[in-house]
Design a protein around this ligand. Structure first.
Ligand SMILES: [Zn+2]
Length: 153
């Protein structure tokens, strides 16, 4: 049997039960090398042996990703990526809330127009006014409160 990249790197015999073999083929020694440099072979083996076989591919992909980032940015590693993604989440949540506020506002405007069209307005002799609540003072916080049950599903 051909040795996997891990066994080849450590000049060991590779077996069919080698946990590295399915993830680190000898045709891609760089993949094992970067993970080995950052985490060490002992840690990689301990991690993979401590989980079910079907979870190992995700663990390997995660280690390869983190190792490649850490080699480029040894000080911060993935922390920079995490911060950027968290910032993006905050921005997207804000955009979502603004869009939902606009949807609610348009929906209420539609209701006002429908009320006018179907006669749901009142006339006090001087003014014609609608029974439907206006949306002029609607804030993003109000809309977040309205949409909260949907977000928490
Ligand atoms: Zn091996």
């Amino acid at each position: 049997m051909a040795r996997c990249a891990g066994c080849k790197r450590h000049r060991k015999k590779c077996s069919e039960r080698c946990v590295l073999a399915p993830h680190f083929p000898s045709t891609d020694p760089h993949k094992f090398e970067i993970v080995h440099r950052v985490f060490g072979t002992r840690h990689i083996l301990k991690t993979l042996q401590g989980m079910e076989a079907d979870q190992r591919i995700d663990a390997v992909n995660s280690m390869v990703y983190e190792a490649s980032i850490r080699l480029k940015d040894p000080v911060h590693g993935c922390a920079t990526q995490v911060q950027q993604l968290q910032k993006q989440i905050v921005e997207l949540k804000s955009q979502l809330a603004a869009t939902q506020a606009e949807v609610v506002k348009k929906s209420l405007e539609k209701d006002e127009l429908l009320a006018l069209l179907i006669g749901g307005y009142q006339n006090d002799g001087e003014h014609v006014f609608c029974e439907v609540q206006t949306t002029d003072n609607l804030t993003v916080d109000d809309v977040e409160e309205l949409w909260k049950p949907l977000w928490e599903e």
